[in-house]
Structures are given as structure tokens and as C-alpha cells.
Design a protein around this ligand. Structure first.
Ligand code: FNR
Length: 360
């Protein structure tokens, strides 16, 4: 059997294969009222299709730990019981289809309060349903974004608690993996990078200080997340900035710390904290970062970014560059990519739901 379709065990959880769905915001929840941040028919259809398509781990989109932590008013949220109960029905369905349900916990920080990308993605003024974003420092993402409110130490502690509360809800909702979103220039990434973190207190300046908030979140989440279930962290391996940015060396150093703190896998992405940077985008362009983390720290990794071909994905796993691949846009094009890959690599489709299997 191909390495891609070998099961993978972290702590007590076995994921049926190494083809995973990368978190992708759908911006499709209600913006306000009782259904705000609640998964709806779109989310059920979207995630179930990939689970039926043979994906091993269906990692749900960035899900906000608080209303002001949403990227857009349409983000999923996990700050109330109704959101939790609705997601519980979704995780049950994904499990019935043989997939492991996972969820990415997020706070958008200074990149919060924007319109859906298909409406242009611009910052939303308060009179259009937006809000003033929060950030480590009063430095906007770019000239279009508002100046964020600089968080006080007390507010930082409050957000750490929100992450822990949301992780507890994720457990109640039946998720078996949670991933802390530390990438793409959202709140945790804003603290990590000297480009966005200009603080002079215990949360800014040195590497230890800039990583403090991320580690407080990880510790708080790990405390409520059961010992037998894995915790992931998504990182931007580099800001791709010529100076004053977070670097690949920082990532390797930080990965070793995350490993000690009970993070089980690093999901290695890049970029997102500064506009207009030059990124050498191409097939598997972020894989070397995942490979380096794995080789230098021993922390398991998942590779993401333009992984589109079965042979390419298989090689990433067999070469030991990463333990699994995360597919984003390719799964939007083809929810049955895992079946195609399994047919190509092993001569048969991946796990097929019984409703289809008997007929085929
Ligand atoms: C994303 N991406 C993303 N990343 C993340 O960590 N949390 C998220 O919620 C989202 N949302 C999102 C929405 C959409 C529509 C896209 C296309 C992307 C990034 C995504 O997970 C992935 O890292 C990138 O798309 C690169 O992988 P692919 O698409 O080249 O396989």
C-alpha cells in the first residue's frame, strides 16, 4: 500500500490516512443574531463531501474564539452552546463517514472585521457590520486596514481564556483534533513577528517575549484538551520579509519549544503577516520548511501549499519530509481527490461510503 494511505497514530488517535483537508474559511455563517457563527447547510455539505471523498482528517476552517476574533462576520465561531451543539451533529456525521473531525481555533487580531473575499475582502467599517480590531500593537496590517486597539495585559489573559473555553467546546462538539492557528498573520502570528509586535512589555521584544502569548494559548488549550487526543499548531514558517520578520530559524527554534509543551504536530505554512511580500510560489513550495522542522526537532509535521498530485504527495510522505499532506484548493476543485490518488497509487479508491460502495 502507498505511504499516503497508511494510517497514522498520534497519542491515542488513529487517522485512517495521510491525506488531510486544510482549513479553509467559508465565510458562510450568519453574521449576527442567534445563528451567528453557527454551521449551516453549506458547512455540512462542504465538509461531508470531503469526508465521503476519503479524506482522513477533515480540519474545519478557522473558527473564532470570540465575535471580535472573526476574520469576517460570516466566520464560524465557538463561543456559545448553540454553535457547539450544531458542530456536534456535523462531527458525528463526519465520523460516520470514516473521517476524523478536527477544528482550527483562531483569532484574527488586526486582520479581523473584513468583508467576504468574493465581495472584495476589504475592512468593514463599524456602520457596515464591522468592529475595531485588536492587536499586540497599534500597527495596521496595511493602509486600508484600521489602526487596531493595542491589547492590555488583562485583555491578553482574557483571549487566552477564550481559546481554552473554545477548546473545551470543541471537545464537547466531538472534535478529535484541535489546531491552534498561529499562522498567516492572525493574532498569534502578530505576536510572534517583530514586524507586527512592537510591544515593550513581557509580550514583545525578545524571542521569549514574542512567543509568550502563543505558549500561553498552547498551555491553556493543552490543559483542557485530553491527553489522549492530539493538538496541532499551524505556523507561518517565515514572513518572507527581508528584515524584521519571523524567520525559518525562528520556526525551528519555536517548534522545539512547542514539542515540549505538548504540541503533537506542526502544520507548516508561511506568509500572511505583511502585504506585498515576494513569495516564491510553486509546487510544494512550503514543504522544505516542514521537512526542516521534522529533521531538526523530531516534531511531526504536515506539509501544505500547492500539493496537488498523488505522486507528489506520496513522495513527501515516503521521503519523510512530512507525516501527512494538507490539501486546500485542490479539494475545492475535486472533493474526491483521495479516491483518485488511491486509484493511481494503489489501484483502488480510498474508503467509499457503503451507500456508494455496494453499487460500484
Ligand atoms: C485558506 N487557507 C486557510 N488557512 C488557515 O489556516 N485557516 C483558514 O481558515 C484558511 N482559509 C482559507 C480559505 C480558502 C478559500 C483558501 C483557498 C485558503 C489556507 C489553506 O489552508 C492552505 O494553507 C492554502 O490554500 C495553501 O494550500 P493549497 O490551496 O495550495 O493546497
Amino acid at each position: 500500500m502507498s505511504a499516503l494511505f497508511e494510517p497514522y497514530t498520534l497519542r491515542s488517535l488513529t487517522v485512517p490516512n495521510r491525506v488531510w483537508m486544510s482549513p479553509m474559511c467559508q465565510y458562510s455563517a450568519e453574521p449576527d443574531g442567534p445563528e451567528a457563527g453557527v454551521a449551516n447547510a453549506w458547512h455540512f455539505a462542504h465538509y461531508a463531501a470531503r469526508a465521503a471523498g476519503g479524506i482522513g482528517l477533515v480540519l474545519l476552517e478557522a473558527t473564532a474564539v470570540s465575535p471580535e476574533g472573526r476574520i469576517s462576520p460570516g466566520d464560524l465561531g465557538l463561543w456559545n452552546d448553540h454553535q457547539t451543539e450544531t458542530l456536534k451533529r456535523l462531527t458525528g456525521f463526519l465520523k460516520d463517514l470514516g473521517a476524523v473531525p478536527g477544528l482550527q481555533l483562531a483569532h484574527a487580531g488586526r486582520k479581523a472585521s473584513t468583508d467576504a473575499p468574493w465581495r472584495g475582502g476589504a475592512p468593514l467599517a463599524e456602520d457596515r457590520g464591522g468592529w475595531r480590531p485588536l492587536a499586540p500593537s497599534a500597527v495596521p496590517f496595511d493602509t486600508d486596514h484600521p489602526v487596531p486597539h493595542e491589547l492590555t495585559a488583562e485583555q491578553i489573559a482574557g483571549i487566552v481564556r477564550q481559546f481554552a473555553d473554545a477548546a473545551r467546546r470543541a471537545l464537547t462538539a466531538g472534535f478529535e483534533v484541535v489546531e491552534v492557528h498561529g499562522a498567516h498573520g492572525y493574532l498569534i502570528g502578530q505576536f510572534l513577528s517583530p514586524h507586527s509586535n512592537r510591544r515593550t512589555d513581557a509580550y514583545g521584544g525578545s524571542f521569549e517575549n514574542r512567543t509568550r502569548f502563543a505558549l500561553e494559548v498552547v498551555d491553556a488549550v493543552r490543559e483542557v484538551w485530553p491527553d489522549d487526543l492530539p493538538l496541532f499548531f499551524r505556523i507561518s514558517a517565515t514572513d518572507w520579509l527581508p528584515e524584521d520578520g519571523w524567520t525559518a530559524d525562528d520556526t525551528v527554534r519555536f517548534a522545539a519549544v512547542l514539542r515540549e509543551r505538548g504540541v503533537d504536530l506542526l502544520d507548516v505554512s508561511s506568509g500572511g503577516n505583511a502585504p506585498g511580500v515576494r513569495i516564491p510560489v510553486g509546487p510544494g513550495y512550503q514543504v522544505p520548511f516542514a521537512a526542516r522542522v521534522k529533521a531538526e526537532t523530531g516534531l511531526p509535521t504536515a506539509a501544505v501549499g500547492l500539493v496537488t498530485e498523488p505522486g507528489q504527495a506520496e513522495k513527501i510522505v515516503t521521503n519523510g519530509e512530512a507525516d501527512a499532506v494538507l490539501l486546500g484548493r485542490e479539494l475545492l476543485r475535486d472533493p474526491h481527490w483521495a479516491h483518485r490518488a488511491a486509484r493511481e497509487l494503489d489501484g483502488r479508491p480510498a474508503r467509499v461510503p457503503e451507500q456508494y460502495a455496494w453499487a460500484l
